[in-house]
Design a binder for this molecule. Structure first.
Ligand SMILES: Cc1cc2nc3c(=O)[nH]c(=O)nc-3n(C[C@H](O)[C@H](O)[C@H](O)COP(=O)(O)O)c2cc1C
Length: 353
């Protein structure tokens, strides 16, 4: 539970890197998963096929996303950067992504744009020259002085293949002195989509994307949407651990059940933006979960929190965790007779309970 500290200026004066350090510590040490909302994936199961009629050795997990080939449809979701610890974590994640042939995003680069000395904590191309790499900024920064130039700067800083803009209205609203002016953002996102030299993906951070938001983002020209639904890491819980007053804790606690679970968000985004590449994240913990989100309609699965924990140990530990997810995905496909991702996506064997 958060300690009581009635001095709100503690938060106001906290530097961006100190806040990042605190976010990392809380995510590594505390239980900040949703406790009252599940991903919804438990409502689905694959009808086991005892006669799959394929050779498991022939299963092909490879895919092409935003022009780059991946060995498996997996993404290490954006998390960190800006401190020495975060830099080590990014390098461990990147080495494992390179070794296993999956994609990766770095955390918000606002810190590096405002304090160029920390740029190196985001730079991982020397250890991951081939991966699909996403730059990251909060979309709301477009209302706080950022424009296409800063977005381009974030991309070039790390030689990224695409830019992720994250939408986090609830997280901003729950944190002291958060950036809560989301007025007129869509027009600005549209401009970035038209002027940036790389594709733009928009994601939530754990509360899901609705059909209406997906439709407006598609019309604005985004190339991808990551649903980042509820059921995994909860930023409300993270902020409860940062809350400096009982009152702030109570406000955050009231949002325990807020958010669109990943299964519903996938279906909403599919209806709102049927032609946009869809990434699904938010509580994916096994290869079976990854198989389910693809069978529901996603093109790739993103995972954050479990990779953070192993990345604080070593690159090998991350590779091992990725290997386990890939194996779970491969075996799920085997047991429903899906030889490739196209067949998984169109499998008739995913059923609601
Ligand atoms: C420590 C941590 C930091 C994060 N920072 C960012 C960020 O900077 N930008 C972003 O788009 N998402 C960020 N996220 C959200 C994740 O990318 C992901 O959407 C969310 O955590 C849900 O996935 P999970 O349940 O597998 O953790 C962060 C998540 C964690 C755990």
């Amino acid at each position: 539970m958060p300690e009581i500290d009635n001095n709100p200026d503690t938060n106001k004066n906290q530097s961006s890197s100190a806040r990042k350090e605190e976010h990392l510590r809380i995510n590594l040490e505390e239980d900040v998963q949703f406790s009252q909302i599940t991903t919804g994936l438990e409502k689905y199961y694959f009808v086991h096929q005892a006669l799959p009629e394929i050779d498991a050795a022939d299963i092909n997990l490879s895919t092409t996303l935003f022009g780059k080939k991946l060995k498996a449809p997996l993404i290490i979701s954006p998390m960190t950067g800006g401190t020495e610890t975060a830099g080590d974590i990014n390098r461990n994640l990147a080495q494992a992504a390179q070794q296993t042939g999956i994609a990766m995003g770095v955390g918000s680069q606002r810190c590096a744009i405002e304090t160029p000395e920390v740029n190196n904590t985001y730079q991982i191309r020397d250890v991951a020259p081939d991966i699909l790499l996403f730059a990251n900024l909060g979309a709301v920064q477009l209302n706080y002085g950022y424009g296409v130039a800063e977005c381009q700067q974030a991309v070039e800083m790390i030689q990224a293949d695409a830019l992720i803009l994250h939408l986090n209205p609830l997280h901003e609203a729950l944190q002291p002195y958060g950036n809560t002016n989301f007025a007129g953002l869509l027009k600005k996102i549209e401009r970035v989509c038209h002027e940036l030299t790389v594709p733009v993906i928009v994601k939530e951070v754990g509360y899901g994307i609705s059909q209406s938001v997906a439709g407006r983002l598609a019309a604005a020209g985004v190339s991808g949407i990551d649903v980042a639904g509820a059921g995994g890491t909860s930023w409300g819980e993270v902020e409860r651990h940062r809350a400096r007053s009982k009152s702030a804790d109570n406000v955050a606690a009231a949002f325990k059940q807020w958010g669109i679970p990943i299964d519903e968000s996938i279906l909403m985004v599919q209806r709102g933006a049927p032609d946009v590449t869809m990434i699904a994240s938010g509580g994916i913990r096994t290869g079976i979960d990854a198989a389910k989100v693809i069978a529901l309609g996603a093109d790739a699965a993103g995972i954050a929190s479990p990779f953070l924990k192993v990345a604080s140990i070593s690159a090998e530990a991350v590779s091992q965790a990725i290997h386990e997810i890939v194996e779970g995905l491969r075996i799920s496909m085997f047991c429903i007779g899906a030889a490739n991702l196209h067949q998984l996506k169109h499998s008739p064997f995913l059923q609601g309970r």
